[in-house]
Each structure stands twice: as C-alpha cells, then as structure tokens.
Design a protein around this ligand. Sequence first.
Ligand code: HGY
Ligand code: MN
Ligand code: MN
Length: 421
Amino acid sequence: MSERAEVDGPRLLRSLAAFAAIGATPAGGVNRQALSPGDRLARRLLAERALSRGFAVFQDAAANLFLRRAGADDTLPAVLIGSHLDSQPTGGRFDGALGTLSAFEVLEALEDAGVSTVRPVEVVAFTNEEGSRYAPGCMGSMAFAGLHPISEWQAAMAPDGERLEHELAATLGALPEATMRHARPDIFAFVELHIEQGPVLERENVPIGVVTAIQGTKWLEVTFTGEAAHAGTTPREFRKDAMAAAAHAIAALQATVMAEDPQARLTVGRLSLEPGSVNVIPRQVTFTIDLRHPDGIALADLEALVRTTCAIAGEQWGCTTAIRPLLDMAPGTFEPALISAIETACRSRGIACRQMTSGAFHDALFVNRIAPSAMIFIPCRDGISHNEAEFVEDRHVLLGAATLLDLTLDLANRTDALAGR
Ligand code: HGY
Ligand code: MN
Ligand code: MN
C-alpha cells in the first residue's frame, strides 16, 4: 500500500552539497562548464544514483540526460521535470542544480512511498544551458525542441581551445550505461524549478514565484579591426584604433540604452584585444553584447541601435566593423493551465506565491515550443546569481521541491489534455 510521497529534505540538501563539490571554487561557487570534465562527473553521479534506484537512464545526441521512472501506463507521454547541471565559470551552487536535483528528489520520494503514477515521469539535465563556454546557451533544449540540430554547433571552439564536437563525443562516451535516444519522446508537460536570480521574491518575502513568461535575449559579437601602430608616434588622424572604437561604442550604448528604457538590459561581458601591448595601438577588439527585453519588437530595435552605434564608432576610428549574432531567443509565455496548477499546488500547502516574469532565459523557454511548460522560482539572497556568492535558504529549497512534487503528482495522474493545447 503506497503512502503519501514527501520530499526528504536532508537528502536533497546533502545532494545539493555533493554536487556543489564538483567543480567547487575557492570562493564557494562552482566552475562546472558545459561538456567539461566537471560536467561529465556531475552527470555520472546523477546517472549512477538513478541506476541504483532502478530508473532508466537515456541520453540523446545533444547529450541531454534523462532519468525515467515508468508509469502505470508507460505508453503515455511523460511528465518532464528538471533543469541543467552546467554552470558559469564563476557560477553559483544552485543555478540549474537546484531544479535538476529537486526533480531527482521527486522521483526518489515517489519511489520511497511506493506511489505509482499513471504517466511516466522523467528528470532531464539539459546540455549547455549557460552558453558561456560554447555559445549559444540552451543548446541542449533547443536541440531537444527540434529547433537546431546539435551538429550545427560542432565546430564551436571554447576559450580553452576545445572543439565542441570533441567535448560532446567525450561526454556521450563517458556514460556508456545510458541508452542512446534517437527520437524525442512525447512530453505531456515540462516544469522547471529554478532560483529567481533576481531580487523580487526576497524583497516581497514570498517563497514561490510562478513564472508566466521569459523575456527575449540576443547575444552579439562585435569585432572592430583597425591597424596596429606605434603609441608614441601616431597622431589622432592617422590612428585606426580598434580599442578607441570599442570604447566609444560601449560608452554610447551604456549611456543611453538602459537610461532610456528601464526594461532594457545591455551587458558587455567579454572583451579581448590584440596585440595587447602597452605601447601598440590595438589592431583588433572583439567583445560580446547581451541584450534583453520583454518585448520582441523593442529587442529588435535595440539590436538595430547596437549595429548603428558600432558602425558610427568604427567609422570615426578608421576601423571595419563586423557583428556576428551568437544567440537569438524570442520572448515566450508559459501555459496558463500549468500556471494555475502551480498556484493550486501552493495553495494546497498554504505556501504564498506570486506570478512573475523571468529576466533570465531557461531551458523551459524552448521545451515550451513543443510541450506545455512552466517554471517555479524560489528566492535567492540579494537576488545575486552568476556569482559565487549565490545563496538560497534551505526552507525555500524544501518549499520549492515540495511544490514540484505535488505538481508532478497532479500532472502525472492526469489523463485529459492540458487545456489550451
Ligand atoms: O543568461 C541567462 O539568462 C541564463 O541564466 N543562463
Ligand atoms: Mn540556470
Ligand atoms: Mn545561469
């Protein structure tokens, strides 16, 4: 006779600590970048735990990792829960890991309680959500959604010189116990638990965020090419100074974009120049621009502004300007039926929640293209993320996981289609 399934809090917290040790940085964060040895170690640990509980383990051509607990009617489309295990180079211990490990805890709680669900339930760890080592982000979930074959990015080179094709093969090969999946399984619904990565929930003292939409994102790589010349002998009118062009463009954009539109986000996160000698005028500068906006048209206008501003700066400093798109994510809205199901799950436990949009992109944005999807947020301290100081309170972890468990049980026992689909 099955009993009521409940999250084993201490076990989940131990799990988070165990995974935080993989790629742990001295400052208390993690460096477990996509398709790196650390990423492979984390996948192995998760797969071994799944196998020891009798769950089936699969991976697909993009190395997305799936852990499956069969349903009473195993032919039905599965409920998919999870997130990602890869991190930023100086990432936090909870970005991605919280959702993936809480999803695994849901499977374990169901197993411990001997609860049978009508539908199968699968946990997923999507490949390369962050996009820091290999752009774009959400590579695994975009491939899963059939938007881009993973082979499209095989020639991508990491800053450490590793080609994606080789790191992907190494990652797939590192988990021979996983059954290769050549076709996407039917998905009934996808739910991702994640830290908010912003200040709203903490500021309002609300433990659960019900995510209704995700804003759009564009990444651009800008390269100014001028001419190396002597720093001491070259007057202004003879300079083709790539760094001066970059400084001019970045200063102009930083002075206007967010000041004129508080919803806009512009970040220059990476910059490199050559030759990089103190007394040589830089020949070439390459930098990235991360643009975000909740409105797709406004986001396109921002891109046009970036292109115009860079062209003017290049012209003014005698440089050529090249702009390469690295990522283009349209804004997305989540499934209303799932949003209300999350709110019902919170109400049934008396957990306060509030609807909100996400400033960060997530794998759910792409799974949402092929199956009803939604997200659950928990607060993070000072809204800090993509920073080794990222921190969440245990009580919020447990409330998030309990909400995910209840929602998974609700969805996995539904035989009717989700309204609106
Ligand atoms: O950049 C993002 O929005 C995500 O956190 N990787
Ligand atoms: Mn994330
Ligand atoms: Mn992230």
